[in-house]
Design a protein around this ligand. Structure first.
Ligand SMILES: Nc1nc2c(ncn2[C@@H]2O[C@H](COP(=O)(O)OP(=O)(O)OP(=O)(O)O)[C@@H](O)[C@H]2O)c(=O)[nH]1
Ligand SMILES: [Mg+2]
Ligand SMILES: [Zn+2]
Length: 303
């Protein structure tokens, strides 16, 4: 039987067959993905081949088919070890908010660099607009202009009130999409707003720390009635970048990428070189100061 991995709790892996039936499976033997040391050999979204066990109806995963793409981040504590967030994605959405818990532009940019570096179309969803005052609404507008100009579609929603939810539902139609973001940003609440009968568990924001409580503990792929598949993921604190060389980082900022052919030096780092088109872009407004600062900060993380 062939199917797609929809959930993995470590010991058991749920596989959805094409007819929609689900089977609890185990991994056969040791799998290693070439060149990737990862905490999870099988990722949500992986296409697999399963051998059904007649005695108890469970399955054995015999083969993982080649991935079209995948998105990876560094596991927080284990420095070189990586976590594959999901595979075979059509789209990755960052659920951000300027209300509580506020998503920083540094976090947004690390997410976008990662998705772009793995060739996965990415968009931003600003949630909880019901909590925005005038200042936050204006700030959101400013950010949206920067990100849209860079090439990332932006949306404003309130999962609580329902604003903008139909538009997101339309974007998910017939595709496999990922929701990522901090704990408490409202990833699960937004999925519930799109499809209320799921009735998934959402968390309270801690009054003391104004942070989420890590309510979603395992990534899981859900099937929407509009034919889309949406992957809800546990909230993450940081988006550790891996696998990227220094010179690849500017390529993951589309507004900088467009200017690279015009730098005087081929190996320009866009920091101090004369004739740098990226630095000129700062003056003409083609590159925003905020995004450029994120670029510098990401470069600084690199050994
Ligand atoms: N005011 C307001 N609250 C919201 C909105 N969306 C979500 N919340 C609240 O934010 C809290 C966290 O929502 P969740 O959906 O559990 O957040 P999450 O991103 O799934 O968090 P984790 O599963 O921990 O990663 C809940 O108390 C929600 O009710 C919104 O649009 N407006
Ligand atoms: Mg959740
Ligand atoms: Zn340059």
């Amino acid at each position: 039987m062939k199917g797609v991995v929809t959930k993995s709790t470590g010991s058991w892996i749920t596989v959805r067959a094409e007819d929609g039936t689900r089977t609890e499976c185990r991994l056969k033997g040791q799998f290693r993905i070439r060149g990737l040391r990862s905490t999870n050999p099988v990722a949500i979204g992986d296409r697999v081949e399963v051998e059904l066990q007649p005695k108890d109806g469970t399955g054995l995963i015999k083969k993982i088919f080649e991935r079209d793409n995948y998105i990876v981040r560094k596991s927080i504590n284990l420095s070189r070890v990586t976590q594959i967030l999901a595979a075979n994605l059509d789209h990755a959405f960052l659920i951000a908010t300027l209300a509580r818990p506020r998503t920083s532009t540094g976090f947004i940019d690390r997410f976008l660099v990662t998705a772009t570096g793995y060739y996965i179309p990415a968009s931003l969803i600003f949630n909880k607009i019901d909590l925005y005052d005038e200042t936050l609404t204006a700030y959101e507008q400013e950010l949206k202009e920067i990100y849209e100009a860079a090439g990332y579609p932006c949306h404003s929603v309130s999962a609580l009130r329902g604003d903008g939810v139909d538009r997101i539902s339309d974007l998910l139609k017939g595709k496999t999409s990922l929701f990522s973001g901090h704990s408490g940003a409202g990833k699960t609440a937004l999925i519930n707003a799109i499809q209320p009968d799921f009735n998934l568990r959402v968390g309270k924001i801690s009054e003391v720390h104004l942070k989420g409580r890590h309510t979603t503990t395992f990534a899981e792929m859900f099937e929407l009635t509009n034919g889309g598949f949406i992957i809800d993921t546990p909230g993450i604190k940081e988006f550790g970048l891996i696998d990227f060389e220094q010179h690849e980082i500017p390529r993951c900022f589309p507004e900088m990428d467009r200017l690279l052919p015009f730098c005087k030096y081929k190996n320009c780092t866009h920091i101090h070189e004369p004739g740098c088109a990226v630095k000129d872009g700062l003056l003409t407004g083609k590159v925003s100061r905020m995004r450029y600062n994120s670029y510098l900060s990401i470069l600084n993380d690199k050994p």
